[in-house]
Write a protein that binds this ligand. Structure first.
Ligand code: PLP
Length: 470
């Protein structure tokens, strides 16, 4: 007869358990403190489990050293295994916020590595031998590329919008169309950001239609700014009307008010040439006379997480001098990646080739089909009859709130497992060493070649092999 006291007596001491060969091996590759804490926690958890067990014999297994060692190893892995790691994006969503948005170009990666492991002139003017400004590294580049007078880069676009509103419209009313009071995802809501900045929301028009007279009628001595926000992942279709940038700027000029245009994605090339829906460019916003245009660094621009503001010098300078600028300042690694990314944009063809985000958006369908055939054949070769596999046509998405309705014709590999459910296959691929993230559609698992890199293919084949071998 097992009783609780007997089980508790059989629990090993921490020091004794640490002599187990598996733990000795764990100690060799991990900090001693982490392993000892894990062993202590595993024994303590077992003690509690014995205490609360209604039938002691059910708890007998947990005092076995093998069980305690396995628990401890899991606890060590929880802390020491890399948390942030590479995954294979087989979803076909190019700018996937959950999967880290943009993949950097080789030039941007090299630039990050260079400044990360050395001292740098982040805020040092080498020629003058004194303190410099971190803004200097990309101001001129951004101005050249966009035609703006001045530029500023901060931590992300949400910060750029918050800083612009705080510096330019605190305590004043900001006029914005009801159709643009959107939530962008990750709880970035234009009205909330406005409240946070100390500006007062003055919404005009109706959800589907806003006319220039609506803006005009709303302007009073309390008005501080006119704002336009890209509706992002939301689109009003059908009976709708929006005021164009030029008209908005004209009304603002008449009343000596600045205009802020939150573009969101911030594309700097004409993506319509690749057959994609028209997306307003940063250059067009600047050319229309917008005072401050803000956009993300890691959406369609294809760079690091950053928020960029370009526009008139007087307003950008106000943003640079605002106390919030320090709180949202850009880091040196991001600056390095952004500088390298921007330089590629002087030639649109080079950008289309070297910026992975653009290269994926522009990928020719014929090439995607060829790669889908190849992947499908490789999976068929290793999986035999465990799965029905075929290369098919489908559609992918730009993501990141850009081109919300655009369906990009793509090629996918569709998997229908014969011995396990499709949900189980999805879960096993997701749990592989390099997690493979696909999408389930109509009862099959689809792997979209648009967002799959050549280096991902061996990982996908290995993951499918391992998942189906069970
Ligand atoms: C994505 C987006 C933002 C937020 O940009 P982050 O870089 O994610 O902070 C703000 N406004 C619009 C219109 C967006 O699309």
């Amino acid at each position: 007869m097992t009783d609780k006291q007997d089980l508790l007596r059989r629990l090993p001491k921490v020091d004794d358990l640490l002599k187990d060969p598996a733990l000795v091996k764990l100690l060799a590759g991990n900090p001693r403190r982490v392993v000892v804490d894990a062993v202590r926690s595993a024994i303590e958890a077992a003690r509690i489990e014995i205490d609360v067990a209604s039938r002691p014999e059910d708890a007998a297994g947990i005092v076995e050293p093998a069980s305690l060692v396995a628990d401890a190893a899991r606890l060590v892995a929880d802390i020491m295994d890399p948390s942030l790691r590479r995954v294979v994006n087989a979803t076909g969503v190019v700018v996937h916020t959950n999967l880290g948005r943009s993949v950097l170009s080789p030039a941007a990666i090299a630039a990050v590595v260079e400044v990360a492991g050395a001292y740098s002139n982040t805020e040092f003017d080498i020629a003058a031998g004194k303190r410099g400004s971190r803004h200097d590294h990309i101001d001129k580049l951004l101005c050249r590329l966009t035609g703006a007078e001045a530029a500023l880069a901060v931590n992300n676009n949400a910060a750029a919008v918050l800083l612009a509103l705080s510096a330019l419209a605190k305590g004043k009313e900001v006029i914005i169309s009801r159709g643009q009071l959107v939530e962008i995802g990750g709880s970035f809501r234009i009205p909330d950001v406005m409240r946070q900045s100390g500006a007062k929301l003055r919404e005009v028009g109706a959800t589907n239609k806003t006319h220039i007279v609506d803006y005009r009628a709303a302007i009073t001595e309390k008005t501080g700014l006119i704002m336009r926000a890209h509706p992002s992942n939301f689109q009003v279709v059908g009976f709708s009307a929006e005021v164009g940038l030029a008209e908005m700027v004209a009304v603002a000029r008449e009343n000596e008010l600045p205009v802020l245009n939150d573009l969101g994605s911030g594309v700097m090339v004409d993506i319509a040439v690749a057959g994609l829906p028209d997306e307003p460019t940063v250059q067009a916003s600047v050319a229309a006379g917008i005072d401050v245009t803000t956009f993300s660094g890691d959406k369609l621009l294809g760079g690091p997480q950053a928020g960029i503001a370009v526009g008139k010098k007087a307003f950008i300078d106000k943003m640079k001098k605002h106390p919030l600028a320090r709180a949202v300042r850009i880091d040196k690694m991001t600056l390095a990646a952004l500088e390298a990314t921007l330089k590629v944009y002087f030639d649109e063809d080079t950008a289309a080739r070297e910026i992975p985000t653009l290269a994926m958006l522009y990928a020719p369908l014929a090439e995607l089909k060829k790669r889908a055939d190849d992947l499908s054949a490789r999976i068929e070769a290793v999986a035999g009859d465990a799965v029905a596999v075929s290369a098919e046509d489908d559609t992918s998405k730009a993501g990141g709130g850009a081109l919300p309705l655009a369906e990009l014709p793509t090629a996918v590999v569709a998997l229908l497992p014969r011995r396990i459910s499709v949900n189980k296959l999805e879960k096993l691929l997701r749990g592989f060493d390099v997690p493979i993230i696909g999408r389930i559609q109509d009862g099959r698992l689809l792997l979209d070649l648009r967002t799959i890199f050549p280096r991902d293919v061996p990982d996908i084949v290995a993951a499918v092999t391992s998942a189906l071998a069970r």
